[in-house]
Design a protein around this ligand. Structure first.
Ligand SMILES: Cc1cc2nc3c(=O)[nH]c(=O)nc-3n(C[C@H](O)[C@H](O)[C@H](O)COP(=O)(O)OP(=O)(O)OC[C@H]3O[C@@H](n4cnc5c(N)ncnc54)[C@H](O)[C@@H]3O)c2cc1C
Length: 426
């Protein structure tokens, strides 16, 4: 296999957009994905919908997107295919989503390898003690293969590449290192969805709370979290809740089994108690349980709660967001929200994507450098897509100037993002 300018590991929204952005700027890019399609959590975990990424600009008195660039191009392509449903958030059909991401990576010239699971990295130490990733090993139908590249991006969500390369990282909240719970999303068909929202929703939630208080439920979640689907008689349930360490393979395996029991519990509960669900069937559950939070790299900068709630505007901002700090309790019941002031937004700095102990490796997506609380805000798909695009652009700048990841300046980030109008307020 040829040596690439950049190898991206993980084809979720962050990795796919990083790969497209770097290839658009002339880099040869290899994208490794362990499943058979791009989209990450939207594909393998049935995550839906895109959380809101617009805000009201008070001066202009208009709604404006905070997630821009390739993410908006993706939204435009989905709209053309009739694959979106606009409510407060944007619901999508994930089968079209996979095709659009195939088209985008194809159009920008990314080499994609599906069914290719990263299994390890070869590194060397630089003179000043930083890791240099030389190659990655991955497994597919051909056996174990290797890919060499000058630069690498970890977009695996779980930080598999930076962990294997020996970079420092942390897990969960300060003190007890507990993470947000895992959730297996699933779908129910043959539901009278309009009736559910009109007549059953409140009653169902009151009854759920009673049963929870009486200790009759396996699932510790405080309510029943349901979304519409593009198919009018389908309900999407994001409502199982399993506590545990997602980086422990036994705990993660047990989480799958526990979540399946919770799925059956939710299904039976709705079928028995909601007239709109009396004829319902379980359609399917996602391929893998969804992990909200696991390893987070120790970066040149660690995003914290104040940065999010005080809407900090970084000099090396790559994108902006206003999704709240939304923490599903790592202890069981309860979801806490810390809201962003109306009409304002926070930004995501480039330095949070640069491991402090590696020189040719970047991190994108939900495992960049931040605290447990800050991650609970920027982890949504529109924002991680834009983090990916920003880093992809900066890998091309690094190549052009022969720079290491940490040598990129704030001015270079600003110029590069402004050239594409990626940061609101610039
Ligand atoms: C249950 C749940 C509900 C959520 N709800 C919403 C929501 O409603 N709206 C919203 O916008 N966001 C939501 N999120 C958050 C959002 O989905 C994630 O934070 C986001 O998708 C993270 O993107 P990512 O690119 O970092 O990682 P991911 O989307 O997880 O992508 C990582 C990719 O890496 C691949 N990969 C992993 N290991 C390897 C390997 N060894 N080799 C090769 N490839 C590998 C995976 O297959 C995957 O494709 C939710 C998350 C969860 C878990």
């Amino acid at each position: 296999m040829k040596k690439y300018d950049l190898c991206v590991v993980g084809g979720g929204f962050s990795g796919t957009m990083a790969a497209c952005a770097a290839a658009r700027d002339g880099l040869s890019v290899l994208l490794l994905e362990k499943s058979g399609a791009l989209g990450g959590a939207a594909n393998v975990n049935y995550v839906l919908p895109f959380m809101n990424f617009n805000y009201r600009n008070r001066e202009m008195n208009e709604m404006r997107p905070l997630s821009k660039g390739l993410f908006l191009e993706f939204i435009g392509r989905m709209q053309e295919m009739g694959a979106l449903l606009h409510e407060a958030c944007i619901h999508f059909n994930e089968e079209y989503l996979k095709i659009v991401l195939d088209d985008m990576t194809g159009d920008y010239g990314v080499d994609v390898l599906f069914h290719s699971t990263f299994i390890g990295a070869d590194t060397e130490d630089s003179a000043d003690g930083k890791k240099i990733v030389k190659k990655v090993r991955f497994m597919n139908v051909n056996g174990v293969m290797e890919a060499e590249a000058d630069r690498f991006i970890d977009a695996t969500g779980d930080g598999l590449l930076f962990a294997d390369a020996g970079c420092e990282y942390h897990i969960g909240r300060e003190g007890d290192h507990k993470t947000q719970p895992m959730t297996l999303c699933f779908r129910m068909g043959k539901v009278d969805v309009d009736r559910y929202y009109r007549e059953d929703r409140k009653k169902i939630n009151d009854l759920w709370k009673e049963k929870l208080a009486a200790g009759e439920l396996l699932n510790p979640r405080e309510d029943v979290l349901i979304f519409r689907h593009l198919t009018s008689d389908v309900l999407h349930l994001n409502s199982t809740r399993v506590l545990g360490n997602p980086t422990d393979p036994f705990e993660r395996s047990n989480a799958e089994k526990t979540a399946r029991k919770q799925m059956l519990e939710l299904f039976n509960f709705l079928k028995e108690n909601a007239p709109s669900c009396k004829d319902a069937t379980i359609l399917s559950s996602s391929f893998e349980i969804g992990v909200r939070e696991s390893r987070m790299v120790e970066g040149l900068y660690t995003i914290n709660t104040q940065d999010i709630l005080e809407c900090r505007k970084f000099d090396d901002a790559m994108t902006a967001g206003n999704y709240d700090i939304d923490i599903h309790s790592p202890d069981g019941s309860g979801t806490t929200h810390f809201w962003i002031p109306d009409g304002d937004f926070y930004t995501i700095p480039y330095r949070a994507c640069v491991p402090k102990d590696a020189e040719n490796l970047w991190v994108v997506g939900r495992c960049i450098s931040s605290t447990h609380e800050a991650q609970a805000a920027y982890r949504i798909m529109p924002i991680v897509a834009c983090i990916g695009e920003g880093v992809g652009i900066m890998t091309a700048v690094a190549k052009k100037n022969g720079q290491k990841n940490y040598e990129i300046t704030d001015e270079q980030v600003r110029e590069s993002m402004d050239a594409r109008g990626l940061v609101e307020g610039h």
